[in-house]
Design a protein around this ligand. Structure first.
Ligand code: GLY
Length: 585
């Protein structure tokens, strides 16, 4: 198909592909008890597949693979389309982490495209004039929370290494769609309506998400974004440099610095100096598999790995998924992992962290011994442990807040290359600031607002150039040196629980990818058991209460996308709580 025909086909799809409202999560812990309408679709394919949070993005990415593009070519297209059709979650104005399996070299690589704090930011960025932490949303909305975006450099870096198709060509599908217009999805429409006046503070954002009469755009409304098309074509022509220098960079800086009521300190040199970092993939062995993901500045792989490393000491398979005892062990293992995360994890370019010690089997065995009882751990017992490390340093506990947002996609191409990428602008609609047709992130609010805890510095405090700690957990599970499962989710710090639960369900309980993405959620980060409302998980509320937990029942809107890779082909699925799909052939 020619480039122009491809762009036209995408535009036609965009105008018709208004997804159905998100389905409820399945009705019971046991998949066989789930009602058929509530389960996720299991998609099978022989050669290639994309699973992403929006059907237009997934279909456009799959078309690139069909035309012989690589997984990274498709990732560029999926990300640029997501930035248009799911703008509230990720985009050019944000940051991302990529876990990539190179089938030719048989090698895993992780790339860190996390935002950085501006050079002019100080640890007191989110303290008011009396030294008190700002209210969270007062910090989020405006320029103060905007970090140097990393996603565009990440895409360029990945494409330089593993791209096959011409860079410029990969920006055309999203640009054509932005020119032609796309149908606003039910989820986007609902989120605009929910935000209401909160999204009207800044003129460019208001003009984009509301009609001329000031009403929020409705599902099915055709939305064009010529400014985004222009930005994309500039990056297509000039590479990432066209984003990090010149007109686009100047507009980002002006938007941040002139944000009424809450300006930020981002400067042109922050953009010019931005670099993607290659990090060592963090892997933990779990029941004969290797679970690999993103190390610091993300806490994702450490916290997921610690949870698995602790529960490996118990017969979770034998106990089964309907047993409160399984959830006591999983929930308290998560709490212990969060206690370590709160003390030790931050950007290791700035603070030393005992990553090796935290992942050691001996250490996790000792932590697991704390779970030997038969009741919920008392709050006083849930403290950071003392892993082995080289530095005689201590850190205060961090209370950074992360609210659910973000997007995850997975891609497998014909050659067996695998992408697992979690991408974000942090809060839904980020800082609410828009320039060049895209929203700017509020990632800096992932830092601790407090600089010290009882006189001890907090590892995840703001520092110039530092990357805020993340919970994003893009994961690839390896079996005998080959990728078996690619998975991840949005959801702020709940990401860790979503991904850990899905891995346990897949590995211990033998559930397939469509079952693990739809399974009702039970999470425990800080003591309270969070149980997904309206699902069979509610049946565990009373038994868990009897074990001593406080219970909170509510929405747990994960956005898990997963692809399993086996000798028989590919099996993929997208979380039914959002609008995603898996597409392959
Ligand atoms: N802002 C979401 C995360 O990085 O975890």
């Amino acid at each position: 198909m020619s480039r122009r025909l491809f762009a036209l086909a995408v535009a036609a799809l965009a105008l018709t592909a208004v997804p159905a409202p998100a389905q409820q999560a399945s009705d019971a812990i046991a998949p066989e008890a789930a009602t058929p309408a509530a389960t996720a679709k299991l998609v099978t394919a022989k050669s290639y597949m994309v699973a992403a949070a929006n059907p237009i993005a997934a279909a456009t990415g799959a078309e690139v693979l069909k035309q012989g593009g690589s997984a990274i070519d498709a990732a560029v297209v999926v990300q640029t389309v997501l930035g248009l059709v799911e703008p509230q979650s990720s985009g050019l104005g944000g940051g991302a982490f990529l876990v990539y399996y190179d089938a030719g070299r048989k090698r895993l690589t992780t790339l860190d495209g996390r935002e950085t704090a501006p050079q002019m930011a100080t640890p007191r960025l989110f303290l008011d004039k009396d030294g008190q932490p700002m209210k969270f949303m007062d910090a989020v909305v405006g320029g103060r929370s905007v970090g140097t975006p990393g996603t565009v450099r990440l895409l360029q870096e990945a494409h330089n290494r593993w791209g096959r198709q011409e860079w410029k060509r990969l920006f055309e599908p999203a640009a054509a769609l932005a020119d032609a217009g796309f149908a606003v999805s039910p989820r986007l429409a609902a989120l605009i309506a929910e935000e209401g006046d909160g999204l009207k503070k800044y003129e460019a954002t208001k003009a984009y998400f509301f009609d001329k009469a000031g009403a929020p755009l409705k599902a099915g409304a055709v939305l064009k974004n010529p400014a985004y098309a222009e930005t994309l074509r500039a990056i297509g022509e000039g590479g990432a440099d066209a984003f990090y220098t010149g007109r686009i960079a100047e507009a980002i800086v002006d938007t941040v610095r002139m944000a009424a009521g809450n300006p930020g300190v981002l400067a042109l040199n922050d953009l010019v100096d931005y670099r993607v970092r290659e990090r060592v993939p963090l892997c933990i062995s779990y029941r004969a598999l290797e679970v690999c993901g993103m190390g610091p500045p993300s806490s994702g792989a450490v916290a997921v790995g610690q949870t698995l490393g602790m529960i490996e000491n118990f017969d979770i398979k034998g106990l089964g998924r309907d047993n409160p005892e399984s959830w006591r062990i999983i929930g308290d293992a998560q709490r212990l992992a969060f206690a370590d995360r709160g003390r030790y994890l931050a950007d290791t370019d700035y603070v030393p962290a005992p990553i090796k010690g935290l992942m050691q089997k001996d250490y996790l065995g000792k932590r697991a011994a704390l779970l030997d009882g038969d009741k919920a751990l008392a709050d006083e017992a849930v403290k950071a442990g003392e892993p082995e490390w080289d530095h005689a340093l201590n850190f205060g506990r961090d209370r950074a807040i992360e609210l659910p947002s973000t997007s995850h996609f997975v891609i497998v191409d014909r050659d067996g290359n695998v992408v697992s990428m979690t991408t974000t602008i942090e809060n839904g609609f980020g800082s609410r600031l828009m320039t060049g047709g895209f929203l700017l992130n509020n990632e800096l609010t992932d830092f601790s607002f407090e600089t010290h805890d009882n006189g001890v510095p907090v590892a995840n405090r703001v520092e110039p150039g530092k990357r805020p700690r993340s919970s994003m957990a893009p994961t690839i599970v390896m079996k005998d040196g080959k990728p078996l499962l690619a998975i991840g989710s949005p959801g702020g710090s709940q990401i860790i629980g979503y991904v850990a639960q899905a891995l346990i369900a897949y590995i211990d309980w033998g559930m397939d990818v469509s079952q693990i993405v739809a399974m009702p959620h039970l999470l425990n980060r800080f003591g309270t058991f969070e149980i997904e409302a309206g699902t069979g998980a509610e049946k565990l509320a009373e038994p868990l209460k009897a074990l001593g937990y406080e219970i909170k029942t509510g929405a747990l809107t994960s956005g898990l996308q997963a692809i399993e890779i086996s000798a028989d082909g590919l099996k993929g699925s997208a979380d039914p709580r959002r609008e995603g799909v898996a597409v392959g052939e």
